[in-house]
Design a protein around this ligand. Structure first.
Ligand code: TXE
Length: 490
């Protein structure tokens, strides 16, 4: 199996999964995948085109009757087996994810791969319990809601949580009986490839899941524009989401768009300070700050501002940026050279806008083989003016801003003052305040006295430019099905 000895080898060829077959792109072109820890080339992936998407679509359409005929129990068994196979190879998947993305291996082991397993288990069992509604009109008629699979659906996922978000989409899509044409990010395609090698063994019929590798501009765009792909589930940048909506909306495709965030963390003076500090450190810098749920604007009530800021900065300075495979590294590498440049350009912008860098702010050069890796020191910026670009645009790296607020109303105004509305965190011991503020925040997800505590049954998604639609639990099962009301006269 490719990547079996991943530590020792640097060059592998990934393949598309189309109609149950692992194959290169039709045109035979390739593109490089890099290893962020060292900057070297890790693998090649097929540089697919619309031709490959077409083949995947034909295969997916042909597989629909057989997949539907397996029934929910049969599909559930296949997805459970896939979960088991990933779990049995957890270490292999985790090492590959860390190598491909630059994230600490410890994080991939603890979060990314277990969550991919959980995604399959969750939706494999959710489908067994998924029931349709009935509406009785007294003695007149009974309505029942038939929920059928859409047909062929497209799933497009990003690089920050590669297998985690890829499976978060394909698991519900498959569970309800759709066949899928999926595209992982071209920046981090390796674990999706490893998954594609397990599908046949799990008992998945050919064509049910097709994975087409390549660039967003070619493969992603071809999936979105394909006339026989009737729904698109996308996670990625807001600009890409807007482009997808521009193409897909006039074709009347169902769309679920999970986009960026600029999430506020509101720290009230009555909070448990130690816990707020511990968790804010995590909510700011986990995965090098490359999680759409990371809090990037920390707003602290003035009475405790100086104390909180000083203690936070002191803790941030102690974070270790290092080799992702070293268990003592708190932060690994950011995902690409371009992304590193983008993140650092925001630090420069922040300074031009009047911000003071309290710690970090620069590229970290490690020794030896890691000297060409893409590392950034965790950065805290203070003193930014309101409405500045640094506080309005998604940086998506280990960079946060910190600012004081006075009263609750001031906190809310500042928190809501961005085009985004994905997540927010509130730190307070006052339960009434927690309710009040949570209800007034413009966000799809609010955590009180915690962060990233996830129950897969809950709706997940954002408002404003953070997206359209909700994923998770029953929301995902509904998104990936078409409802038909059947009204029968009594
Ligand atoms: O994401 P893209 P990028 C944010 C973050 C980051 C910025 C850009 O701020 O700096 O977005 O990152 C595919 N049609 N997030 O450029 O391009 C692409 O191949 C169809 C937030 O890497 O949005 C990949 O599979 N698909 C975020 C996926 O879309 C297209 C996670 C996401 O890539 C396409 C990642 C097109 N025209 C970035 N163009 C989050 N919210 O979690 C690209 N793609």
């Amino acid at each position: 199996m490719p990547f079996e000895n991943a530590r020792a080898r640097t060059m592998e060829d990934l393949l598309n999964l189309i109609n149950g077959e692992l194959r290169p792109a039709v045109k035979g072109h390739w593109m490089d995948v890099h290893r962020p820890a060292t900057g070297e080339v890790l693998a090649r992936l097929p540089k697919s085109t619309a031709d490959d998407v077409e083949l995947a679509c034909v295969a997916a359409e042909a597989a629909l009757p057989a997949w539907k005929a397996m029934g929910r129990e049969g599909r559930s068994q296949v997805l459970l087996e896939l979960a088991r196979l990933i779990e049995a190879d957890l270490e292999g998947f985790a090492q590959l994810e860390s190598m491909d993305n630059g994230k600490p291996l410890s994080l991939a082991r603890k979060v990314d791969i277990p969550r991919a397993v959980a995604n399959f288990r969750f939706f494999a069992t959710a489908i067994i319990h998924f029931s349709s509604e009935a509406h009785l009109m007294d003695d007149v008629a009974v309505n029942w809601t038939d929920r059928q699979p859409i047909g062929v659906v497209g799933c497009i996922s990003p690089w920050n949580l590669p297998l985690y978000l890829f499976t978060w989409k394909i698991a519900p899509a498959l569970a309800v009986g759709n066949c899928v044409v999926a595209k992982p990010s071209e920046i981090t395609p390796c674990t999706a490839f490893r998954l594609s090698q397990l599908c046949a063994q799990a008992g998945m019929p050919p064509g049910v899941l097709n994975i087409v590798h390549g660039s967003g501009a070619e493969v992603g765009a071809a999936i979105v524009a394909h006339p026989r792909i009737s729904a698109i589930s996308f996670t990625g940048g807001t600009r890409t989401g807007a482009e997808i909506a521009r193409v897909a909306a006039p074709m009347f495709k169902k769309l679920s768009l999970e986009l960026g965030g600029k999430n506020p963390v509101l720290v009230f003076a009555d909070c448990d300070l130690d816990e707020a500090l511990d968790t804010t450190l995590r909510s700011s810098f986990t995965n090098q700050g490359q999680i759409c749920l990371c809090g990037s604007r920390v707003l602290v009530q003035r009475a405790i501002y100086d104390q909180f800021r000083d203690r936070l900065v002191e803790r941030v300075k102690r974070l270790r940026v290092g080799d992702p495979s070293d268990p003592s590294s708190d932060l690994g590498a950011v995902v690409s050279h371009d992304h590193m440049e983008k993140v650092l350009s925001y630090v420069k912008l922040a300074q031009e806008e009047g911000g003071r860098v309290l710690c970090g702010g620069e590229r970290v050069r490690l020794d030896g083989a890691l000297s060409k890796g893409w590392y950034i020191a965790p950065t805290v910026i203070e003193g930014l003016p309101e409405q500045c670009r640094t506080d309005q645009e998604e940086i998506f790296g280990p960079v946060i801003s910190i600012a004081p607020f006075d009263e609750e109303a001031d906190a809310l105004t500042k928190a809501n003052n961005t085009p985004y509305g994905l997540a927010a965190v509130i730190w307070t011991r006052d339960v009434q305040r927690a309710h009040r503020v949570a209800r007034s925040l413009q966000a799809g997800i609010v955590w009180v006295n915690c962060w990233m505590v996830r129950d897969l049954r809950t709706p997940f998604g954002g408002v404003k430019q953070s997206g359209v639609g909700r994923e998770g639990g029953v929301e995902a099962l509904r998104f990936f099905t078409e409802a038909k009301n059947v009204c029968i006269k009594l």
